[in-house]
Design a protein around this ligand. Structure first.
Ligand code: BGC
Length: 414
């Protein structure tokens, strides 16, 4: 794909106001959110050349980006998020946006966690778009009211609700066995077991002792228990297919990031009418986050004016309101008005606003650690999930061995 795009690039020389944007927003609602940004850019005279790469959680986009950079064909703008920002900035590829940040008072406008994420060695190298909450439980309102169920707030209530749904002949939980989707569910279970501090100990500091903790094996046991609430077998489907199952009333709950809300609304399955959100049981106060950001590749420095314009634009209050409403995420700005948000967004924004002690950086969505460790951890969890002969203690042993190889107890904080 990278080479094919490169050819187009060569055949049609771009003007200084054209920016190619590489991202992984390819579902219907994600495309709508991207188009909204493209339209706002067009108002300012900038042309958005779209390079959307399919694959939830950016698995495909990450690979395409690497091969394009190696081929000296980096896009001008890229959705690079979390720890990956540092990885690319370290290589010296990213445009510093300090002037834009200073002129637009980014240091007082954004939540501290956001400011931290977009900086590298005291320079701003990314522009933030929105905050997704990964510890979101979506439930079908009609099914819940027909069966007189309340949204579960803790594990015991979740088990009870799942049992009642099963007894009524329904599939309690819509889920895919795609590795990143399984690991997303697992990190929810970890957060419920031990809160943000334990989640960081495991996935940011990669402490082998934390892996041997009872809370880890407990979360694994629960993951296996939840399998009996899903399709049998749990097939490997893109997240949009899982959303479809949920919106056709074929499964009563879904636990994942709130990009799903954007997709549901886009398909006419409306927040607080057809479905509502609550936090993953046991994580009500916490916010497991993925923050979307754009970084700019400097290339030959010919597009700086347009790149700076784009960076400024995406973080303005007006674009933040409109973009996040479509995308399902919430504003990165502290001056956002929660009264203008739907109930899911309001709960997410308020939980995030509580500050670092209630926030946990998502492993799967690159907020906790580098690409290589993330992929390796996900593979271990996935193997446990799909193979019933792998025990929790096998899984712990595998992860401990891995953490030793990575050089465990890293002291960095995201
Ligand atoms: C991104 C979202 C995206 C989701 C599904 C996450 O990593 O933060 O913007 O919608 O992946 O692909």
């Amino acid at each position: 794909m990278a080479f094919c795009t490169a050819k187009i690039h060569a055949a049609t020389p771009q003007s200084d106001s054209t920016l190619q944007v590489l991202h992984w927003w390819t579902s219907a609602s994600e495309r709508k959110a991207a188009s909204l940004l493209a339209a706002r850019m067009a108002d300012e005279g900038i042309t958005w050349r779209d390079a959307g790469i399919p694959g939830g959680a950016g698995i495909g986009a990450g690979k395409v980006l690497k091969s394009r950079v190696l081929a000296n064909d980096a896009p001008e703008v890229t959705q690079i998020i979390g720890v990956s920002i540092r990885e690319w900035a370290d290589l010296g590829f990213l445009l510093e946006l300090d002037k834009v940040a200073a002129a637009n008072k980014w240091n007082t406008s954004f939540f501290p966690t956001i400011q931290n994420l977009i900086q590298h060695r005291k320079h701003v190298v990314a522009a933030p778009l929105g905050i997704h909450r990964i510890n979101t439980l979506f439930y079908n309102k009609k099914i819940f009211s027909t069966l007189k169920l309340s949204p579960p707030e803790n594990w015991d209530e979740l088990v009870m609700v799942a049992a009642k749904l099963k007894a009524a002949g329904l599939i309690p939980l819509a889920q895919s066995s795609e590795p990143w989707q399984v690991a997303t569910l697992f990190e929810n279970l970890i957060l419920a077991e031990g809160g943000p501090e334990y989640h960081r100990e495991l996935f940011v500091r990669q402490n082998a002792q934390a892996v041997m903790d009872k809370r880890f094996s407990h979360a694994l046991e629960r993951l296996r228990q939840m399998k009996s609430w899903m399709n049998n077998p749990v097939d490997e489907r893109p997240w949009t297919e899982v959303v479809r199952q949920f919106s056709k009333n074929e499964a009563a709950m879904m636990i994942t990031g709130d990009w799903v809300k954007g997709e549901l609304n886009d398909g006419g399955f409306v927040t607080d009418e057809a479905f509502s959100c609550t936090a993953m049981p046991g994580t009500g106060k916490y916010h497991l986050y993925s923050v979307d950001t754009f970084s700019m590749f400097t290339n030959d420095y010919s597009r700086i004016a347009a790149q700076e314009k784009l960076a400024r634009l995406v973080a303005t209050p007006a674009v933040q309101v409109d973009y996040n409403a479509v995308k399902g995420s919430v504003s990165v700005r502290r001056d956002a008005d929660p009264a203008r948000m739907d109930s899911c967004a309001r709960a997410s924004w308020n939980a995030f606003a509580q500050g670092a002690t209630t926030q946990a950086p998502s492993l799967v969505h690159r907020m906790a650690t580098d690409e290589t460790s993330k992929d390796a951890i996900i593979a271990v969890i996935h193997r446990y999930f799909i193979d019933a002969t792998v025990s929790p203690s096998d899984t712990q042993a595998r992860l401990v061995a891995m953490y030793k190889t990575f050089g465990n107890n890293k002291k960095q904080t995201p």
